[in-house]
Design a binder for this molecule. Structure first.
Ligand SMILES: CCCCCCCCCCCCCCCC(=O)SCCNC(=O)CCNC(=O)[C@H](O)C(C)(C)COP(=O)(O)OP(=O)(O)OC[C@H]1O[C@@H](n2cnc3c(N)ncnc32)[C@H](O)[C@@H]1OP(=O)(O)O
Length: 199
């Protein structure tokens, strides 16, 4: 069964809910509230969680209108997503600029290496999707050259490099706006034999 896209008003309401939830997550990471206040907020959150949980939707299939809304990197409906907005470059390849937050912390004051890998994995996959070579990540190799800061813009780019049958490769990197490379990634993606190949 195809899941319809949400109406414009539901979409707008959902974006507001997600933005508020992201703000909540940031506040939780940084809070210095005492135990009584933490317990009181937890109770309020329990009630809110029950209200939303009472109306669940089934997960979307690949290519359906909602299929990337729950995505952990770009999902409009996913508070965990940084979120990343991807730009398709005219000469091929993709680009995304983002400011990471304390929510993405690994070593104190720096972005977690797994978060960098998650973002670059998605960007590599999108670069391949853009040239009709969509697939699942089979392997991802990361090279961490310098720490990724939060609170300041970071630019990620990726592009298709080559294919052999169902296997395709892409390269990507994260850099400071002045071009200083922080992290590099190369990935092998495989179009599963079950995938019809049309999005
Ligand atoms: C579904 C499409 C979506 C399209 C979307 C496009 C839009 C884009 C937007 C979203 C962008 C998201 C980007 C994030 C993408 C993830 O996060 S995907 C989630 C993480 N990855 C997974 O869950 C994948 C789990 N693994 C699998 O499902 C299966 O192992 C795979 C990768 C589909 C391969 O299975 P298979 O097709 O049965 O592979 P198989 O026939 O055994 O092997 C085929 C060939 O690949 C080689 N191979 C297989 N696995 C490996 C490996 N790990 N390493 C090296 N070589 C390997 C084999 O040796 C063989 O080589 P040849 O003999 O042909 O030379």
């Amino acid at each position: 069964m195809t899941l319809e896209a949400p109406s414009a008003s539901t979409y707008t309401a959902l974006l507001a809910l997600v933005a508020q939830t992201r703000a909540l997550m940031d506040a939780v990471v940084a809070t210095g509230a005492d135990d009584e206040e933490i317990a009181a907020v937890t109770e309020e959150l329990r009630a809110l969680t029950e209200r939303l949980d009472a109306v669940r939707r089934p997960p979307a299939e690949v290519g359906e209108p909602r299929w990337l809304m729950g995505n952990a990197v770009v999902g409009a409906a996913n508070p965990f997503a940084p979120p990343i907005e991807i730009e398709y470059l005219p000469g091929g390849g993709v680009r995304a600029e983002q400011v990471f937050r304390p929510l993405h912390e690994g070593p104190p004051g720096l972005v977690h290496g797994g978060v960098s890998a998650m973002v670059l994995d998605h960007l590599l996959g999108t670069a391949l999707g853009a040239v009709g070579r969509g697939g699942l990540t089979a392997s991802l190799t990361m090279t961490y050259r310098a720490p990724v800061p939060f609170g300041t813009p970071v630019v990620a780019t990726a592009e298709y490099t080559r294919s052999e049958g169902r296997k395709s490769w892409a390269d990507g990197r994260m850099a400071l706006p002045d071009g200083t490379v922080l992290v590099e990634a190369t990935g092998l993606f495989i179009t599963p034999s079950w995938f019809p190949g049309e999005l």
